[in-house]
Design a protein around this ligand. Sequence first.
Ligand SMILES: [Zn+2]
Length: 221
Amino acid sequence: MKNIILIAPPAAGKGTLASLLKAKYNYAHISVGDLLRDEVKKGGELGQKIHQIMLAGKLVSNDIVSEALVSRLSEPDCKNGYILDGYPRSLEQAIEYEEVLKKLNQDLGLVIVLDIDKEILINRTTGRRMCKECGTIYNIYSTDLKPKKEDSCDKCEGELYQRADDNIESFEKRYQTFLTQTTPVIDYYDNKGVLYHVDSTEKEIALAGLEKILFSEDNID
Ligand SMILES: [Zn+2]
C-alpha cells in the first residue's frame, strides 16, 4: 500500500481515520508525538537525548525527529505501508523528510488533506465532555454522542467535565497555528503533484474518499 501523510486541522478526525485504515488495510499508524514519547520510555541513547530536551521545555529538533522516524519506519509493521500523523508539520520538516525517505529507500506516497468546516470543528471541541469516573467521551452538540443528562455519565453517573483547552480561545489558537505552519507544507506537496483533498465531515465519507484515491489507477503500484 502507498504510504500516507495525513494533514488536518485540530479535531478533524485524523486519529479515527488512521485507526480505520489500520484495521482495514493493516497500515502502521505513526503519530510523531507518541513516537517521541515511546523513545523516551525505551530509554536508549536517543530516548535519553529526547528526554533531556523535553525536561528543558525545548522543542525536539528536526534532526532528532528524523532519527526517531528512520528507526521507527524501518520496523517490520511499516513494510505494508504507514500513515504519518502530525508530521511534517512545517516546510523544514517536509524537506527533512525527503532525506528520511532516501535513507529508507521509500516512496513519499500520498499526501491527504482532510477538509472540514471550521464550525464543525468548533462544535466538536467546545461540546466535548468527559466522565471523571470512567473517561467516556460525550459531545453536547452531537445527536449520537449527547449524554442523556447534561452533567452526568450515561454509563456510571459520574460527573462530566470539560477539558481546560477545549474552549474556543484555545481552539482558535491551535487552528491558527495549524494554518500558519501547514499552508506552506500543503503548497509544497501540491507542487509535487501528490496532494489530495478528502471531505472529512463524517468518518465513513472520509474513508470512502480516501479509498477512492488509494485505489485509483494513478496510485496502484
Ligand atoms: Zn462514566
